[in-house]
Design a protein around this ligand. Structure first.
Ligand SMILES: Nc1ncnc2c1ncn2[C@@H]1O[C@H](COP(=O)(O)OP(=O)(O)OP(=O)(O)O)[C@@H](O)[C@H]1O
Length: 453
């Protein structure tokens, strides 16, 4: 039985001109790690919002851990959300609380005893590499540290599902690597992760399952996908280099040096659930120490980061300020001002180019990287035209034409592969009581995930 199951789900917002999600069928098994990719506006956040029950589907059926979300009454929603951890691009930390208090708060709101909180919080902070930052307030943290607090808070009660919406969207590549290591370790302990991302390099390196949305429809569901398979292995030389990288596998982490946790003693005298959570936390620590990067995803990502990959991926590793044009946390005014400056610079350049072309007698052909630069937007919509792989078919996108129309959704086909039919009955599908918290209902988060921190 799938842990998460969407059957013919559509979502039309009141002011929407088209469905944000259009007949989406997808199943996620327990323990999966799924990347949700797609251009801005393709429906990734909407899908996560439906899973969190922040929004209701217009039609279709959603079941999460045995809960039929259509039948969830308001009073059940907080309890439901406690079985799901979520992490957002802009962290959503409580600004008037320290790192320690932010994580502790997620436990306080579900009635965890003080002694258990006192035991758990240091361990989860150790797990995510934040020892020494316990008393810092959010404004005294780097972006990577803030995101690790958010992950600690989302994970402190060991949810069976972790949803992440662009968790590395505001972070530089090296910091993102540390975040991915933590998420990977959490996933290895059995937590199912669904992560929406625009980050090509992460998706390409990790080679987890990739579900791609286009205009609200699923156009790709690939077991070990990349952001764009045709791009990632454009030729055999690149592929063989990649294989060589996998053998080297050095891991540089922002979260190494975490000490092993002696769980057994600490778990004595704890309520059963708290003890389970502590054990789960230890499992994450062990997973990170075990260095069992079995499929080499973290190693590949580390190699990409440290090699400062150039060429087609060059834009990915420019500084975050110049690449993350989709980032919600960016200063729009500054970008607009920069745009004016850039426009003037382009105007000046064009005048020079025109003069040069007149001399040379040939047209100006823009470089690929130039068109992918921030002035054009680095989103998939504006990415350089290229061959794309949809449903195993090679589709040639014509230069300067709009993106190819979406292929028919593959949700049904995938459902046949993953689907076990809709869950029946209430409660978790494994018969366990739902884990109690993730900080999902910690007041600030419940309001809206568009809220500014
Ligand atoms: N509250 C809303 N009301 C009306 N339309 C909405 C609302 N939220 C999202 N939409 C629309 O639904 C579509 C899908 O948006 P969504 O935020 O899910 O996309 P996304 O893939 O997450 O995009 P991004 O990568 O930019 O975050 C878009 O056309 C968007 O304008």
């Amino acid at each position: 039985m799938a842990l998460i199951s969407l059957e013919h789900v559509s979502k039309i917002y009141p002011k929407g001109t088209r469905p944000a999600l259009d007949d989406v069928t997808v199943h996620v098994d327990r323990g999966d790690f799924v990347f949700l990719v797609g251009a801005s506006g393709s429906g990734k956040t909407t899908l996560l919002s439906l899973l969190l029950h922040e929004e209701d589907a217009t039609s279709g059926e959603i079941r999460v851990a045995g809960n039929d979300l259509r039948r969830l009454v308001n009073s059940q929603v907080p309890q439901y959300r406690r079985s799901i951890g979520f992490v957002f691009q802009d962290y959503k930390l409580l600004n008037n609380k320290t790192v320690w208090q932010n994580v502790a708060f997620a436990l306080e709101v579900i009635g965890t005893s003080r002694s258990t909180i006192a035991s758990l919080v240091p361990k989860v902070l150790e797990t995510v590499g934040l020892v020494g930052k316990e008393n810092n307030y959010p404004h005294e943290l780097s972006g990577g540290e803030a995101q690790r607090v958010a992950i600690a808070r989302a994970y402190v009660n060991h949810p069976q599902i972790l949803l992440a919406d662009e968790p590395t969207g505001n972070l530089d590549p090296t910091t993102s690597l540390g975040i991915m290591e933590v998420l990977e370790a959490i996933n290895r302990t059995g937590t199912t992760i669904v992560m929406a991302t625009h980050n090509e390099e992460i998706v390409n390196s990790m080679r987890k399952r990739v579900v791609e949305l286009h205009n609200g429809r699923i156009v790709r569901d690939q077991e070990h996908g990349s952001y764009d398979s045709a791009l990632f292995f454009p030729d055999t030389e690149t592929e063989s280099k990649s294989k060589a990288q996998r053998v080297v596998a050095p891991i540089s982490s922002a979260v190494t040096g975490v000490g092993a946790i002696k769980a057994v003693e600490a778990a004595k005298n704890m309520p059963e659930h708290d003890a389970n959570t502590l054990h789960a936390m230890n499992a994450v620590v062990e997973a990170m120490h075990a260095d069992t990067d079995e499929d080499g995803g973290i190693a590949r990502l580390a190699m990409s980061v440290h090699s400062g990959r150039k060429g087609r991926y060059g834009e990915t590793f420019k500084s975050v300020e110049t690449t993350m044009t989709w980032g919600r946390g960016l200063d729009v005014d500054a970008i607009a001002a920069q745009g004016d400056t850039d426009a003037q610079a382009r105007h000046d350049d064009n005048e020079q180019d025109d003069a040069a072309e007149a001399d040379a007698g040939q047209g100006h052909i823009p470089e690929v990287d130039e068109r992918a630069s921030p002035e054009f937007g680095a989103s998939a919509d504006n990415a350089p035209e290229r061959d794309v792989q949809l449903h195993g078919e090679q589709i040639q996108r014509a230069e300067a034409e709009p993106p190819a129309p979406p292929a028919p959704p593959v949700g049904d086909a995938h459902g046949a592969r993953h689907g076990d039919g809709p869950a029946t009955g209430g409660g978790n599908d494994d018969g366990e009581a739902a884990p109690r918290s993730t900080g999902a209902d910690d007041g600030e988060q419940e309001n809206s995930h568009h809220e500014e921190q």
